[in-house]
Design a protein around this ligand. Structure first.
Ligand SMILES: *Cc1c(COP(=O)(O)O)cnc(C)c1O
Ligand code: SF4
Length: 357
């Protein structure tokens, strides 16, 4: 601990280490010593990691950055509506590492490691620092499955976080996928650019730069995640011609206000990132403290309509529990009659069509 105190006294407040153990969380002042036994129980079940870039952003443990990554004893309580596999990944997996729900696209999960472990993670029963890395043989089986399924146009690399792969491994995977003739698009889902921006090195960028359309979807839930280093990492990725989209989860205590959502989506647009999805929280075990009801989510988004640039407007989606797919949750402006519509201020207007004139 004394060495990190010396580091903190130096001009650049960089903590080199990722916090992982309950004892480290106590030392950092993120959990109190009296909750240590409960936090240790949580740590037995669910992975914890707070990388330096996020640690530096936490002002108090219950702030919008802290609550995303600091474990809580409440995680030990599974609510009756919660499911170990909330979106049915397991049932839709034809071979290890592949999830196939839609005809034209499939997920490839090459590893289950993340730069940090979100306390609300929908795959929290699976993700973690040990294991989950597809070996050469399993990868070859996954590539063969993708080659045989000629309807697949897009492969979505997720996990875990694909940008936690070594550049050499990522490059191998990107090249293999790019060599499949019917695959036109490679999409990477990641938290790394903002959570561990130092990993976006020239070699990693070379590895991402495949000879097919590559898209990056970055997970971010609060404007404060956009640190100068994070924004710089995003810029480096964009300079490679990789379009960047944003995806977020609607979370109690993180972004459950019009101001917080406006700040988040504006931060994305200012980083040339198009907000893509705002996810309704998936009911993974022990995540109820983050739940925001759908009605409230619709009201929050409706509050932004008309006030915030359309570039900052994501689609609010629910991944239907059980593996039935993602669907938009509104808010709706068209009435069921299809002949009346509301404007952003809530005023109703008849739609003029050739038939009504
Ligand atoms: C979320 C998801 C996708 C991607 O869906 P988009 O709506 O295209 O972003 C694809 N496959 C599975 C299994 C998914 O869960
Ligand atoms: S980055 Fe994604 S997969 Fe990883 S812990 Fe967070 S929600 Fe789960």
């Amino acid at each position: 601990m004394s060495s990190s105190r010396t580091a903190a006294a130096s001009p650049s407040p960089i903590h080199a280490r990722t916090l992982r153990t309950p004892e480290e969380l106590v030392e950092a002042g993120f959990v109190t010593r009296d909750t240590l036994p409960a936090i240790a129980d949580v740590a037995e079940q669910y992975a914890t990691a707070i990388p330096p870039a996020f640690r530096d952003l936490i002002e108090t443990p219950d702030d919008p950055i802290g609550v995303q990554v600091i474990p809580s004893p409440e995680e030990l309580v599974a609510a009756p509506h919660e499911l170990a596999d909330p979106i049915g990944d397991d049932a839709l997996s034809p071979v290890p590492g592949i999830v196939h729900r839609y005809a034209d696209r499939a997920l490839l999960k090459p590893l289950l490691i993340c730069p940090l472990y979100c306390r609300f993670c929908f795959r929290r029963e699976h993700v973690g620092p040990d294991g989950g890395l597809l070996d050469e043989e399993a990868l070859a089986v996954a590539f063969n499955w993708l080659r045989d399924n000629t309807a697949i146009r897009e492969v979505i690399l997720t996990g875990g976080d694909p940008l936690m792969l070594s550049p050499r491994r990522l490059e191998h995977i990107m090249r293999e996928l790019a060599s499949i003739p019917h695959v036109t698009t490679l999409r990477i889902h990641s938290r790394v650019p903002l959570a561990a921006p130092e990993k976006i090195t020239g070699t990693l960028l070379d590895a991402m730069d495949a000879d097919k359309a590559v898209w990056l979807v970055v997970h971010a839930n609060h404007a404060r995640e956009f640190s100068p280093a994070g924004r710089e990492a995003l810029k480096k990725i964009q300079r490679r011609g990789i379009p960047v989209l944003g995806q977020s989860v609607l979370l109690r205590g993180v972004n459950d206000s019009e101001t917080a959502l406006e700040g988040l989506f504006r931060a994305m647009v200012e980083s040339r990132m198009k907000p893509y999805y705002l996810h309704q929280l998936d009911p993974a075990p022990g995540t109820a403290r983050f739940h925001v009801p759908i009605e409230e989510g619709r009201r929050l988004l409706a509050g932004l309509r008309g006030r915030v640039t359309g570039l900052a407007w994501p689609t609010y989606v629910l991944d239907i529990p059980g593996g039935y797919g993602k669907v938009p949750l509104g808010p709706d402006y068209l009435e069921p009659s299809l002949s009346t519509v509301s404007d952003p201020n809530g005023q109703r207007h008849a739609i003029r069509t050739p038939d009504t004139l």
